[in-house]
Design a protein around this ligand. Structure first.
Ligand code: 5AD
Ligand code: SF4
Length: 432
């Protein structure tokens, strides 16, 4: 979501006449887009800001001014504290206010405002209404269709930082998707914190679900691949499962976070599913498309998690055999119910459990990658590799794949036979 937000922000700034520079010392404006999901992500901001401040001071000696801004969820959570901790920050905008950035910059440059500006409202209007049209930045694009979350998992800051769930109207999504395809997108990833709870209005004012939206987007001429992320297990409907059977461009890969395999912990997390109902959804998905590869997020060391609870998580991993996964130590987030639960798990135990879980996850990921050797896969080539004549692309299963091929094939889908596999990537040769 933040990558998408950043590309919308840079699109807005380009329209204002700014251009991107890769060297911070050349930048008149430095803008950090931030994440507050875990403590580590938030702390990183302040060390990055410290470095940006040093460059700001160096540039000042050369008679150049530098505007430093912060966007995103850390701003929503820290509010005025950001300016207290880093007084050299000129402006800070929460994730629902970034359409204001262009205006704030104009005011700062015209010296209309001298004080630091902090904008953290949750506005009644959608920010999407105020942003310039989004254009493709390559063959793969993200498109936000839903934002915010009403689930209030007890460990999570998202409902507080991104606000209540909001679904963009169907027509608006289709218009943005068509524009992206017209400007070069062949793979589209529909985004939302809880994307499958989408319930936007269609052209006649009727509320539509996520399966309907997928069917509409899949009909766009020229679109070759469709994905969505992140979905919530309890909101996977039978209609959505049918999409995985019927829509050929819907890729056979699904990120469906379970977080923990223990029903006791899932309850304490305020998740609206247990492990059995989660596994049932996967069983139905596999019936709809036997080739589907699963991915998930896991949290270890949630308050009250015992060895037995942790073992239940390993059991789910052994049952599902994920082809990819993301796993984290529980991080206490201020303002969330779990942060004040009194049965917090020791750091040492969290560390041990994470290592055990990751070993098992990597094992399945490696096995899956190795099972691909010899197969021919359509690979969307996205960027140049380290070696001359080598391009890197993505398989239908989101694996990175290296292949020697003509540079002209960038942003195209080519058929590749997989020849080698490691935990994190594949190599192959082009089938001509
Ligand atoms: N601690 C650890 N991981 C968290 N996540 C969300 N909040 C926390 C937290 N407080 C993880 C969840 C979620 C992913 C985006 O981040 O696994 O699915
Ligand atoms: Fe956070 Fe996802 Fe739970 Fe919403 S559903 S509160 S975004 S973990």
């Amino acid at each position: 979501m933040n990558v998408y937000d950043s590309s919308r922000i840079s699109g807005m700034l380009k329209k204002e006449g700014y251009e991107e520079t890769l060297k911070q010392a050349d930048a008149d404006i430095v803008l950090f887009n931030t994440c507050h999901i875990r403590e580590k992500a938030a702390e990183k901001l302040f060390s990055d800001l410290g470095r940006a401040h040093l460059i700001q001071l160096e540039r000042e000696e050369q008679g150049k001014s530098t505007i430093i801004g912060v966007a995103g969820c850390v701003v929503q959570a820290e509010d005025e504290q950001i300016i207290k901790r880093a007084p050299y920050v000129n402006f800070a905008v929460g994730p629902l206010m970034y359409h204001k950035i262009a205006r704030i910059l104009r005011d700062i440059e015209a010296k209309k405002i001298r004080e630091s500006v902090v904008e953290t409202d949750f506005p009644a209007d959608s920010k999407f209404d105020f942003l310039p049209e989004n254009k493709s930045q390559g063959a793969c694009s993200y498109l936000a269709v839903q934002e915010g979350c009403n689930n209030f998992c007890t460990y999570c800051v998202v409902p507080y930082t991104r606000g209540a769930e909001y679904s963009r109207p169907v027509a608006e999504v289709i218009k943005e998707a068509e524009r992206l395809v017209k400007t070069g997108t062949i793979e589209l990833n529909l985004l939302g914190q809880n994307v499958n709870s989408y319930h936007g209005e269609d052209e006649s004012g009727k509320e539509r679900d996520f399966a309907y939206l997928i069917e509409r987007v899949a009909k766009i001429d020229g679109l070759k691949r469709l994905r969505y992320t992140t979905s919530y297990p309890a909101d996977v409907t039978d209609n959505l499962i049918a999409c995985h059977r019927d829509i050929k461009i819907l890729m056979p890969y699904l990120h469906l976070p379970i977080q923990s395999g223990s029903d006791k912990i899932l309850k304490a997390m305020n998740r609206r599913h247990d492990s059995a109902s989660y596994l049932k959804v996967i069983e139905k998905l596999r019936k709809a498309n036997p080739d589907i590869g699963m991915s998930s997020d896991f949290i270890v060391g949630f308050p009250g998690e015992t060895d037995e609870d942790f073992k239940a998580t390993l059991d789910v991993v052994n049952e599902v055999k994920y082809i990819q996964a993301f796993s984290f130590k529980y991080s206490r987030r201020p303002g969330t119910p779990a942060a004040v639960m009194d049965n917090q798990v020791e750091e040492k135990v969290k560390k041990e459990r994470l290592a055990i879980l990751q070993d098992l996850l990597f094992d399945y990921q490696t096995k899956f990658n190795q099972s691909c050797i010899g197969k021919i896969m359509p690979v969307l080539l996205e960027q140049k590799g380290r070696h001359k004549g080598q391009l890197i692309g993505r398989t239908p299963y989101m694996q990175n794949l290296h292949v020697s091929t003509n540079d002209d094939n960038i942003n195209k889908i080519v058929e590749v036979q997989v020849t080698e596999a490691t935990t994190n990537s594949l190599s192959g040769k082009e089938i001509l």
